[in-house]
Design a binder for this molecule. Structure first.
Ligand code: 5AD
Ligand code: SF4
Length: 345
């Protein structure tokens, strides 16, 4: 598919053709990675961040949110919960921090977790020097998520401050460094941003293919009142349109890259209670139940109205699994669910 064809499909509003696209993506998923959905327990280790992305609720300059960092013991408890529940993997996500104390803490946690449980570990801790990526890989992490946010430089620069901490070039190099270190590399974008059109999204899909990514997590942009981008909220598509665009992006990516892992993201669930289940029906095969303890959950609000705030880990995981069971979707318990694309490379 060319950029022009992808753009046309994204712009098309026919419900019949959209339903056919989702069905085709599901069929392709079933024939390549299979019907199984893999669960990754998500731990939001810290909402302290050195960056100031113009869309994000935990950006450095947002003084209206409290800041926290989980103790290692709490992370270990969450890892134990994930293992006991039969989740194959854990995702450790957090704001971008480059202090040595934090880097060492992650390294030690990785070693500890790998010693105790056979969990696969994905990290999502932003841009780091190549040596840090290597250190964490050697300590036991084997997948890394770093969203490009938008693959169009001009758009990237409209949603980030333009300075050396927020450089598009550095982001691209970080993705290359992750690959060099041996990680399964995941990236993704936000969908329905101000200043973004369907052609940008089509370019994002082609970017994923040209980067030969192993995994993808993308979701709708959700406006946050304590961020600068909120001023442009009149420029964004309706909630329905943002969700539909996000589902179409999942489906088109499944057709373009049949054997990668694609996440059904929490942001989709904000726009519709069954948003993540619909993403699974449109070609996604990974789900990340939130294991962050309810005490700090409300402080990890990259966007507002995040679902599950006030729920604890046991509750969010059982509701997710219950919904999948009802849909008769098999769950890949106890398996890492690595990217098939990666193992074939
Ligand atoms: N809406 C949707 N997604 C957001 N993210 C950050 N802020 C928002 C927002 N307002 C996403 C970014 C980031 C990930 C951790 O969360 O894509 O990479
Ligand atoms: Fe920090 Fe990520 Fe939010 Fe940017 S999007 S401010 S890097 S947590």
């Amino acid at each position: 598919m060319t950029g022009k064809e992808l753009t046309e499909i994204l712009e098309d509003s026919s419900p019949e053709r959209t339903a056919a696209l989702f069905a085709e993506a599901y069929r392709v998923k079933k024939g390549t990675v299979g019907e199984c959905v893999y669960l990754r327990g998500l731990v939001e280790i810290s909402n302290i961040c050195r960056k100031n992305c113009l869309y994000c609720g935990i950006r450095r300059d947002n003084s209206s949110t409290g800041r926290y960092e989980l103790d290692s013991a709490v992370v270990m408890e969450a890892a134990g919960f994930a293992a006991a529940e039969g989740y194959g993997s854990l995702v450790i996500q957090g704001g971008e921090r480059t202090d040595r104390k934090f880097i060492d803490k992650i390294t030690e946690l990785l070693v500890e977790i790998k010693r105790k449980w056979p969990l696969g570990i994905t990290l999502s801790l932003g841009e780091q020097p190549e040596e840090v990526y290597r250190e964490w890989f050697e300590a036991g992490a084997h997948r890394y998520l770093l969203r490009i946010e938008s693959s169009t430089r001009e758009l990237y620069e409209k949603i980030h401050p333009v300075d050396s901490v927020h450089s598009f070039g550095t982001r691209l190099r970080a993705l290359e460094n992750l690959r060099k270190c041996g990680y399964q590399v995941g990236t993704g974008v936000m969908i329905g941003l101000p200043f973004q059109n369907a052609a940008h999204l089509a370019d994002d899909l082609l970017f994923f293919r040209s980067m030969d990514i192993d995994m993808c997590g993308m979701g709708p942009y959700l406006e946050h009142s304590e961020t600068p981008l909120y001023a442009y909220r009149n420029l964004i598509p309706s909630k329905e349109r943002r969700l539909e665009l996000s589902l179409k992006m999942v489906a088109l990516l499944r057709l373009l890259m049949p054997d990668i892992n694609i996440a059904a993201t929490t942001a989709m669930q904000v726009l519709a209670p069954d948003g993540r289940e619909r993403a699974i029906m449109a070609g996604a095969n990974v789900l990340m139940p939130n294991l962050t303890l309810s005490e700090v959950r409300e402080e990890y609000q990259i966007y507002q109205n995040k679902p599950g705030v006030g729920e604890d880990a046991a509750l969010s995981s059982s509701s997710t699994e219950e919904r999948l069971r009802k849909m008769k979707i098999p769950i890949g318990y106890g398996r890492w669910g690595d990217s098939l694309h990666f193992s074939k490379r």
